[in-house]
Design a protein around this ligand. Structure first.
Ligand SMILES: C[S@@+](CC[C@H](N)C(=O)[O-])C[C@H]1O[C@@H](n2cnc3c(N)ncnc32)[C@H](O)[C@@H]1O
Length: 164
């Protein structure tokens, strides 16, 4: 029996392993890094302390993070990602080196429907060589799903790359 605690731990371990992989693999790119879904700010805090030499922007509809993990106002794209992702495309073009998304809640079907909805909004933002790390499976046309790092648990995190 896999308990909810087991699933939670698998998700956290996988999230950190995939984020660390994504940060490392894209370190030679200079484009911005996007965090979709700030929440408490744990993954933002991890990225802030591990991403160097790149601008980090956060997409969130309502900032309510831990004070240690609250981004500067000028690094927040405040609002619903269905609106802020298209705005980001106009502002940044296809330049993102790394996009991390953790937008979901407890309902897997709703998370999946939302991932389908925003996949075409995320896809054009990624630079060639850029990676997307997501807690939910995404539905991309031109991005390749990558093998997970060995510490990650299949199905708990997903990594996609723009090859060309
Ligand atoms: C699971 S939490 C993120 C947790 C975060 N990764 C952490 O480590 O603390 C999901 C966040 O996504 C945000 N979110 C969900 N749907 C959104 C949407 N359509 N537009 C903008 N933000 C959204 C929620 O407000 C919430 O803060």
């Amino acid at each position: 029996m896999i308990t909810r605690l087991d699933l939670f731990i698998d998700r956290m371990v996988s999230q950190r392993a995939c984020l660390d992989f994504g940060i490392r693999e894209t370190a030679s790119l200079s484009g911005p890094v996007f965090e979709l879904g700030l929440g408490n700010g744990r993954t933002y805090h991890h990225m802030k302390h591990n991403v160097t030499g790149r601008d980090l922007y956060v997409f969130e509809r309502a900032v309510a993070s831990h004070p240690d993990s609250t981004p500067p106002e000028d690094r927040v794209l405040l609002g619903d990602v269905r609106e802020t992702l298209p705005e980001a495309l106009k502002r940044f073009g296809a330049t993102a080196s790394l996009i991390h998304a953790d937008l979901g809640g407890h309902n897997r079907d709703k998370n999946d429907a939302f991932a389908r909805l925003i996949s075409p909004l995320v896809e054009p933002l990624l630079a060639v060589g850029g990676l997307m790390v997501s807690s939910d499976q995404m539905y991309f046309d031109a991005l390749r799903e990558m093998p997970l790092p060995s510490e990650a648990v299949a199905g708990r995190c997903f990594i996609y790359r723009r090859d060309a």
